[in-house]
Write a protein that binds this ligand. Structure first.
Ligand SMILES: [Zn+2]
Length: 190
């Protein structure tokens, strides 16, 4: 399932079929608007050039950290300070809200700018580490895809972002590679 932070990191889109459609969607106006809508966040669209480059470097660092943790590396004090820095820009107030006829207390963002959005992304990543485990963070095993996701299966064995898409594609590739090997063996025999 997509989380706020994985959705943000995956704006660096790789064509999982290995084609030409890979693109960095972060600077894309429609991606920016859809992203804000999906997560009920507010910021000016399009983001300014400075905001866009700040977000890109934040995203690339977050992606690198996620991959490090997925490889079993520890979450360091330096990582902690780095995340805290980004979260600090996202001030919130407490507010009673009604959702699905249930009363709740929500932390409502004060600012409507991209630094606030990055703070929300950083906080969602922090919650993933607090409530889950860094080791469950995965990068899709299809080398063309590299989609970042959180493995919430009981067995912790999810290798592909989507078994029907990348899983099947890799199965077909393995099958073809095997068949090719076989036919080469046949050739050397004769
Ligand atoms: Zn994938």
């Amino acid at each position: 399932m997509d989380r706020l932070w994985t959705d943000f990191v995956n704006s660096d889109y790789h064509d999982w079929r290995g084609g030409e459609r890979s693109e960095d969607r972060l600077g894309n106006v429609s991606w920016q608007q859809d992203f804000l809508n999906r997560w009920q966040l507010e910021a000016p669209v399009p983001a300014s050039n400075e905001e866009e480059s700040a977000m890109r470097s934040f995203r690339d660092d977050l992606q690198a950290l996620a991959i490090r943790l997925s490889n079993g590396k520890l979450f360091t004090e330096k990582d902690e300070a780095w995340l805290n820095d980004f979260m600090m820009a996202g001030e919130v107030i407490r507010q009673i809200i009604t959702q699905d006829q249930q009363l709740g207390v929500a932390l409502v963002p004060i600012h409507r700018h991209w630094a606030q959005v990055m703070a929300e992304v950083a906080a969602d990543f922090a919650v993933t580490l607090v409530e889950g485990e860094g080791k469950r963070i995965r990068s899709c095993d299809n080398p063309d895809c590299r989609w970042i996701f959180y493995d919430d299966t009981r067995s912790r064995t999810q290798k592909y972002c989507d078994d029907k898409m990348c899983g099947n594609l890799m199965k077909v590739r393995r099958f073809r590679a095997k068949r090719k090997m076989h036919s080469n063996e046949e050739k050397t025999k004769t």
